[in-house]
Design a protein around this ligand. Structure first.
Ligand code: ADP
Ligand code: MG
Length: 591
């Protein structure tokens, strides 16, 4: 049921190319029949030889029949190639259409979705899953049509010449299957499930292992410290060995029977010919002995005609996991913010149904031009709060207002021109510094970009690069440190010059010089703007207009540095810790 709907879905992506897919099945099945024709001609050859024996010179049609056998073999191949041509044309179209649809859809999704799933993973889903459907449509389905048509043709071929011998050649095959299913029986399905489970568990643990590999290496441990990973491998090994031993006997019987058809034929022939042999019987016997390997081959082909339904089902469900995401709704009555204030009114938000609220009834007013710092324990909800202001997500209840207007009513373009975000890990594209900054405002002139870079304290970066602002980052060993990348990102925002800024301060800097420059760039950027800054080091918040302490999705406290320091609260505690740490010269609060 599931598979059919997947196939239907796939064909839905094919559009008119659907008919090519169907043509590929028909052609492939047809090719299976044609591939059996040589055996008919071989039968004719044997027949003629037996008829004229021992005066072989009298044979008239040997060459003709021989050539026909060759020609039909070639024709079968050509038809199969045509089938593949059709199936590939359709498969590539399906693949392209899936990618296109997914990409178009992704653009409409909340920015938060990209952030939380990760762009690498999304790319993997879109590319690998669509590629998985390609193999299925281009190869596996036509091959399946072929594998199903062959036994039908073979059955006809076996019955036409001498049905008794035909039945006899099927006897061992039937016996093989009966023995196989009696000996493995219902356990087979169970075993397959166990096998898949063991495999899945192993690959899950492997993922976990790879994720933790840096930790393991740092502490000089080996794979054995990942006990669960090792256990899953051991389990798998134990399972496979036991299963293999289980299958030894049935497999042996099966293989012997399937390959021993000719022996049965010969034994039967001895009995059937006890009162003399006719030419025709001899002919048919020889013919059946020749054809038996084809039976074995066909069976093997069917057994291994893996369809990988699972892979396709998995691929389709991954693609659907993206397509099912709802885009941010577009407003029907757009309104324009009156000023640059930000207000959260009883905002609650949770990432997944059932999760606890990442923001819980948060209300706060930030007036235009105010600089507010958000501090608090990791996981408290600071990043989430900033994300809903930029409408990376829509809140579950309450409202976020900019300039008195709900962000859901502000046209997307306008919102983007009001709020910009400097992330903790700013990404640079593999292009020149100039273009990396210009992305923020494509109509900016070179001079404007250079000015933004200067204001963002990037002078020293440009100086050390071989081609200055035209140097391509990521190419030919040109890499920038985290702090340098963040300064370039600040230049971007500088160029965009939006009245509201959200800054996620970097957690740690490798060198004090970089840190001082980033701070200076931040200060320059923040001038005259409404600023929401997520701060990780208290040294940077002391001068802010207001400090808001966020804990467990709620506002725990707020006030100026002086006010909060005197209160007996979380901030005072954090400040004490910070000073103690600073004394030890490890002034970093990790997040
Ligand atoms: P902070 O920035 O203060 O460290 P966050 O806003 O990042 O806190 O996280 C608040 C809560 O939301 C945490 O419990 C965190 O686990 C959860 N969370 C954050 N981002 C996501 C996400 N993309 N998907 C699911 N849960 C998330
Ligand atoms: Mg955070």
């Amino acid at each position: 049921m599931k598979k059919e709907s997947n196939l239907k879905k796939l064909l839905g992506y094919a559009g008119n190319y659907k008919y090519l897919t169907i043509a590929s099945w028909v052609l492939s099945a047809f090719s299976a029949f044609v591939a059996l024709l040589p055996f008919v001609y071989i039968w004719k050859v044997i027949k003629e030889v037996l008829e004229v024996a021992p005066n072989y010179a009298e044979a008239q049609n040997l060459a003709y029949n021989g050539w026909m056998a060759v020609l039909s073999a070639v024709a079968a191949i050509l038809i199969y190639v045509m089938a593949l041509l059709c199936s590939h044309l359709a498969a590539f179209r399906v693949q392209a259409n899936i990618r296109m649809k997914a990409m178009h859809h992704i653009v409409t999704l909340p920015v938060g979705f990209m952030d939380s799933v990760g762009s690498g993973k999304i790319r993997k889903i879109v590319y690998e899953s669509s590629a998985a459907t390609e193999t299925y449509l281009a190869h596996q389905l036509p091959d399946k049509a072929n594998a199903l048509a062959t036994p039908v043709g073979l059955l006809i071929l076996l019955m036409v010449f001498d049905w008794r011998l035909g039945l006899l050649s099927l006897l061992p095959i039937a016996a093989a299957f009966i023995i196989m299913s009696v000996m493995t029986g219902k356990r087979m399905a169970e075993k397959m499930k166990e096998y898949n489970d063991a495999l899945a568990q192993m690959s899950n643990e492997a993922v976990e292992y790879v994720r933790g590999i840096s930790v393991v290496k740092t502490f000089g441990q080996s794979v054995f410290s990942f006990k669960r990973f090792k256990e899953s491998i051991d389990n798998y090994e134990k399972w496979v060995i036991a299963y293999t031993k289980d299958l030894r006997l049935p497999m042996m019987v099966y293989t012997t029977l399937v390959n021993g058809v000719f022996a049965v034929l010969i034994a039967a022939a001895l009995v059937m010919t006890s009162d003399g042999v006719t030419n025709e019987f001899l002919l048919n016997l020889m013919y059946y002995i020749i054809i038996t390997p084809i039976i074995t081959l066909t069976l093997t082909k069917i057994m291994y005609a893996s369809e990988n339904k699972l892979i396709v089902a998995d691929a389709m469900s991954r693609i659907d996991s993206i397509l099912e995401r709802k885009p941010l709704p577009e407003t029907k009555n757009p309104r324009h913010p009156e000023n640059n204030s930000v207000e959260l009114d009883r905002v609650s938000f949770c990432y997944k149904e059932g999760d606890k609220n990442a923001l819980d009834q948060v209300s706060i007013k930030i007036h235009a031009g105010e600089h507010v710092a958000f501090v608090g324990p990791s996981g408290g909800g600071k990043t989430t709060l900033a994300s809903v202001v930029a409408r990376f997500w829509d809140v579950n209840s309450g409202s976020v207002k900019i300039g008195g207007v709900d962000v859901r009513d502000i046209p997307k373009e306008e919102l983007m021109n009001m709020v910009s975000f400097v992330f903790q890990d700013s990404k640079l594209l593999k292009t020149s510094i100039l273009e990396n900054v210009r992305i923020a405002r494509p109509d900016a002139s070179r001079e404007e970009v250079l000015e933004a870079l200067r204001d963002a304290q990037c002078g020293d970066i440009l100086d050390k690069l071989p081609e200055g602002v035209d140097t391509v980052v990521g190419a030919k060993g040109i890499y920038l440190s985290g702090g340098e990348q963040q300064r370039i990102a600040i230049a971007r925002v500088m160029l965009k010059n939006t009245p509201i800024l959200i800054l996620d301060e970097a957690t740690a800097f490798a060198d004090p010089d970089n840190e001082a420059k980033v701070q200076a760039a931040f200060r320059m950027l923040a001038k005259g703007k409404t600023v929401l800054m997520i701060a990780h080091r208290l040294s940077t918040v002391t001068g802010m207009d207001r400090i808001v302490v966020i804990k467990d999705g709620k506002i725990a406290d707020s006030g100026t540095h002086e006010q909060l320091k005197e209160k007996d609260g979380l901030y005072a505690e954090m400040w004490k810790q910070y000073n103690k740490a600073a004394k030890w010269k490890v002034g970093v609060v990790n997040d």
